[in-house]
Design a protein around this ligand. Structure first.
Ligand code: GDP
Ligand code: MG
Length: 300
C-alpha cells in the first residue's frame, strides 16, 4: 500500500464521520443561509477542529459566499474544502541550507520522536545527504539502543554515550564528529519527560546553547513531534515547548490510527507553526512531507 492509501485508510474514521455529518447537513439543503453556516460550524467543532479555528473557517467561508455569490450546495462544499486547506497551507520547506545543518527533535515521551528520526534520516540519506544522529536521550539505555537500531536501518552514523550522561555533552561530541566527517545534517534525539518539566526544559536550553555556540551559522530546525491520537491536547504541548525553544515545525505521528485527524487544523491555526512531516505507521517508509492538499483529500 502506498503512502497516500495508508493516509486515506488511517484517516478513514475521521473522514466517514465528517462525511456523514456534512451529508446530513446538506440533505435538507434549500439555500445558503445563516442556518446552514451555523450547522457547518457545529460540524467542525464536533470534529475536533477546535472552537476558535472552526469559527475562523466559517467566518472566511461566509465572506467568500457573499463575495462569490455562491448558491449551490456543491459550491459551498468546495469553498469549505478550500478554506480548510488554507488553514494548513503554511510554507513547510525544511530549512537545511547550510552544511552542516541541525535538526533538533523534541516532544513528550512516546509520541514517536525516535521512530520519526529514523524515518527522516532515511529520507535525507536517500536524497544523498550524509547524516549523523546524536543519542541525546540518555535517560534510559533502551532509548539509545532503539535509536541505534533505527540508525542502522537508515544507514547513518550515531554518536552515543553511556546512560545518564549529560545530553548536551552528547550533542557537543556529535557536532564535533559532524564537522570531522563533513556530514550534511546532524539530527538530535532528546528525552521527553514532561512530568519533570523544569528539568526537561533546562536540558533543552543547554542543548540549544551548545548548538548555537558550536554551529552559530548553521540552519536549524526544531521539530516538535506530536501524537495525532491525542487530539486537542497536543496544543498544550506546543505551548509548553515553545516557551523554551523556537519550534520551527511539527511532525504529526500515528495518523494511521486516529479518529481525531480534525485536531490538526486547531493545532496549526492556533500556533501558526507548519506541519513538516506526517507519520502513518511504524515502518521506515511510513513518513512523508506534509501536503495540505493531500491531507484535505484524505479527510473530506
Ligand atoms: P519517543 O518516546 O517519542 O521516542 O517515541 P518512539 O519513537 O519510541 O515511539 C513510541 C511508539 O509509537 C513506538 O511503539 C512506535 O512504533 C510508535 N509509533 C511511532 N510513530 C508511529 C506512527 O506513525 N504510527 C504508528 N502506528 N505508530 C507509531
Ligand atoms: Mg525516544
Amino acid at each position: 500500500m502506498g503512502f497516500f492509501d495508508k493516509l486515506k485508510e488511517g484517516l478513514g474514521k475521521t473522514k466517514s464521520s465528517f462525511d456523514e455529518k456534512l451529508n446530513s447537513a446538506f440533505s435538507a439543503f434549500r439555500k445558503v443561509d445563516e442556518e446552514l453556516l451555523e450547522e457547518l460550524e457545529e460540524i467542525l467543532i464536533t470534529s475536533d477542529i477546535g472552537l476558535d479555528t472552526s469559527v475562523n473557517i466559517i467566518s472566511n467561508l461566509r465572506t467568500r459566499i457573499k463575495k462569490e455569490n455562491i448558491k449551490e450546495a456543491e459550491e459551498v462544499k468546495q469553498a469549505l474544502r478550500e478554506e480548510m486547506e488554507e488553514i494548513l497551507n503554511i510554507d513547510n520547506t525544511m530549512n537545511l541550507q547550510t552544511k552542516p545543518s541541525v535538526i533538533l527533535v523534541v516532544g513528550v515521551n512516546g509520541v514517536g520522536k525516535t521512530t520519526s528520526i529514523g524515518k527522516i534520516a532515511n529520507r535525507l540519506k536517500k536524497d544523498g545527504k550524509k547524516i549523523v544522529i546524536a543519542a541525546a536521550d540518555t535517560f534510559r539505555a533502551a532509548a539509545v539502543e532503539q535509536l541505534e537500531i533505527w540508525s542502522k536501518r537508515a544507514g547513518c552514523d550515531i554518536v552515543k554515550k553511556e546512560e545518564g550522561t549529560d545530553p548536551a555533552s552528547v550533542v557537543y561530541e556529535a557536532i564535533k564528529i559532524t564537522k570531522e566527517t563533513n556530514a550534511d545534517v546532524l539530527i538530535c534525539d532528546t528525552a521527553g519527560r514532561l512530568h519533570n518539566k523544569k528539568y526537561l526544559m533546562d536540558e533543552l536550553e543547554k542543548i540549544n546553547r551548545v548548538i548555537n555556540k558550536e554551529l552559530p551559522e548553521a540552519s536549524k530546525e526544531v521539530l516538535l513531534v506530536l501524537d495525532a491520537t491525542t487530539g486537542q491536547n497536543a496544543i498544550s504541548q506546543v505551548k509548553a515547548f515553545s516557551e523554551t525553544t523556537e519550534v520551527t515545525g511539527l511532525v504529526l505521528t500515528k495518523l494511521d490510527g486516529t479518529a481525531k485527524g480534525g485536531a490538526v487544523f486547531g493545532i496549526v491555526n492556533e500556533n501558526k507553526i507548519p506541519v513538516k512531516f506526517i507519520g502513518v505507521g511504524e515502518q521506515i517508509d511510513d513518513m512523508e512531507k506534509f501536503d495540505a492538499k493531500e491531507f484535505i483529500k484524505a479527510i473530506l
